[in-house]
Ligand binder design. Structure first.
Ligand code: KG4
Ligand code: ZN
Length: 335
């Protein structure tokens, strides 16, 4: 089954064709970096307008790259939530109109579920596993026991992990988008130059939660307080030390969850899963099966929507035409 996946929840306009949830025939991603760069952050209204301009050419390119006509497509999936409302509406309306006129099945896809599902495209993952989702909007540590059984063990109490990267990068002018800029700069830095604090959330209901407000304040306003004497206060050292503290926070929660549940399988998704320090730190853990999507499937992309759509169609879950965009996160089961 060939599924067209459409993703427009934030600042990437993407259309992809994926066969049977595994074979990526095309995955066209056009980022709006240039549109938002002057503001060092995504401007929702500009994002919607840019999606409206881009969606048709991106869709055409996705079919062309796959070497297919629309008649060869068996189903259409689009992100319906969560995200920027206007941006979501562009992709969703486009998908519904296309599916309706062609009498194709349509599936509304949850963006968070799609990020968590992305590792399945390139890997056969057995259940259960600990699923980490770290992106610009969300940070979740989950126990995934089956396709539908996703239990949230921990989340962020304030900023999302990627958001913290973006804010620190914006403050220091490291570049936009922030996460990738910090990652690149950190390669040249010494992560021991600043000993940034970690939140002490070890107990009770916050055992798997993270919080980035303290780290962000430390990295932006209290540099001197956490500076290790003798080390240079260079941008690269700030980036490397911040990155290590931000990612280590995720790693301690993920391994705590693995330890507590006895699950030795971990899969990561979302933009921050493209981070080189996170990838090498996770991959070097012995005794665990660690799964990552390739970097292009970590950040927002249509292929993960198509793959999730395939799984929904396979289960007969066709969405009604009344399905609409929603800015907020759907409720997941809480531990
Ligand atoms: O999944 P994504 O593309 O969009 C959302 O659903 O939010 O994630 C974007 C986030 C941004 O905050 C970006 O700075 C971060 O992922 N990001 C990274 C890296 N690449 C993207 N963060 C750290 N290191 C990276 N290499
Ligand atoms: Zn995303």
């Amino acid at each position: 089954m060939k599924v067209l996946g459409i993703e427009t929840s934030c600042d990437e306009c993407s259309c992809a064709v994926v066969e049977d949830g595994k074979k990526i025939l095309s995955n066209v991603i056009v980022s709006q970096f240039d549109v938002h760069k002057p503001y060092s952050g995504v401007v929702p209204e500009l994002a919607s307008r840019a999606h409206a301009e881009m969606i048709l050419p991106v869709y055409r390119e996705a079919l062309k790259e796959a070497g297919l006509e629309l008649t060869a497509i068996d189903g259409i999936a689009a992100t319906s939530r969560p995200g920027l409302l206007g941006a979501l509406l562009v992709g969703l309306s486009f998908a519904k109109a296309l599916a309706y006129t062609r009498r194709l099945p349509f599936a509304a896809a949850d963006h968070i579920r799609a990020h968590l599902y992305a590792p399945h495209i390139e890997h056969d993952i057995e259940y259960p596993y600990i699923g980490l989702l770290a992106s610009g909007g969300h940070t979740l540590i989950t126990k995934i026991s089956s396709f539908d059984d996703i239990e949230v063990l921990g989340a962020t109490l304030d900023d999302a992990c990627g958001e913290a990267f973006d804010k620190v990068a914006k403050y220091y002018g490291f570049g936009f988008p922030g996460g990738a800029a910090v990652d690149a700069l950190a390669q040249k830095g010494d992560a021991r130059a600043f000993r940034f604090p970690q939140p002490s959330l070890h107990k009770g209901e916050h055992r798997y939660d993270v919080s980035y407000s303290g780290l962000k304040t430390a990295a932006v306003n209290q540099l001197d307080m956490f500076h290790v004497p003798g080390c240079e206060k260079s941008p690269a050292n700030i980036a490397a030390s911040f990155q290590k503290a931000a990612i280590d926070m995720l790693l301690t929660r993920v391994f705590r969850a693995a330890e507590d549940t006895g699950i030795r399988r971990i899969a990561a998704g979302g933009g921050v899963a493209a981070n080189s320090y996170l990838r090498s730190a996770l991959a070097s853990q012995r005794g665990f099966e660690i799964v990552f999507p390739s970097a292009r499937l970590c950040t927002d992309n249509g292929a993960m929507i198509a793959a999730l759509g395939f799984e929904l169609f396979r289960r007969g879950r066709i969405s009604p035409w009344t399905e609409t965009a929603q800015a907020r996160v759907a409720a997941f089961r809480k531990a």
